[in-house]
Design a protein around this ligand. Structure first.
Ligand code: CTP
Ligand code: MG
Length: 181
């Protein structure tokens, strides 16, 4: 498999996991998931993880996956690359995993004394990737093995932090996000 094909498949397969966090930023607000509860004097998750943000993020990611499924064969012809379609379970697993990873990172941030919005380099950029991949693997192991080959996973791990930095910097510049990470 060539470099172009590897990168194209990596980005395509991860798109349903990339958009949930950005959708959550736009949709966030309302009741926090932890209901304001604390653990050892610190919030369990914090006000930055809400039911609405999580639900909308997951649904937007799944909806994007449906759109990608609909245009996969046209996009494959256009790019000259065999792009994968997503089984129903993966449509939900990728965005749900992305949201779960982000929530797990906030849990970790609060335990290590980081306030809401504090940066946690490395964790901020890869939390959602690790969980999205794990959820997708659990949802459809055979599909996962076909699509997420070692080179594809390598591209995902290298390119995702870069994309994350760029999109968050844009969201910050547009005033949608309080911090550029
Ligand atoms: N958001 C949400 N629900 C989620 C994730 C994000 O409502 N599950 C919204 C919140 O409004 C949040 C914003 O998106 O403030 C930015 O997300 P993020 O950077 O992940 O949260 P932070 O506020 O920075 O909080 P934390 O320190 O816990 O990451
Ligand atoms: Mg943040």
């Amino acid at each position: 498999m060539g470099v172009f094909e590897t990168v194209a498949i990596a980005l395509w397969a991860m798109l349903p996991a990339y958009v949930p966090n950005n959708a959550a930023v736009l949709a966030g607000g309302g009741r926090p998931i932890d209901g304001g509860r604390t653990w050892n004097g610190r919030r369990v998750l914090g006000d930055g993880k809400t039911w609405r943000g999580t639900a909308v993020g997951t649904l937007v990611g799944a909806a994007l996956g449906l759109v990608l499924n609909a245009v996969a064969s046209n996009a494959s012809d256009l790019l000259g690359v065999s792009l994968p379609t997503f089984p129903a379970t993966v449509l939900l697993a990728l965005p749900a995993g992305a949201m779960a990873g982000d929530i797990a990172a906030s849990f970790l941030k609060r335990r290590t004394g980081r306030q809401r919005g504090a940066a946690f380099p490395g964790v901020d950029q890869l939390d959602f990737v690790v969980f999205a991949l794990l959820f997708a693997f659990l949802a459809a192991p055979a599909w996962f093995g076909d699509v997420f080959t070692l080179p594809v996973v390598a591209v995902v791990v290298v390119v995702t932090p870069l994309l994350h930095l760029v999109t968050n910097a844009i969201a910050y510049a547009l005033g949608l996000k309080d911090e550029p990470w």
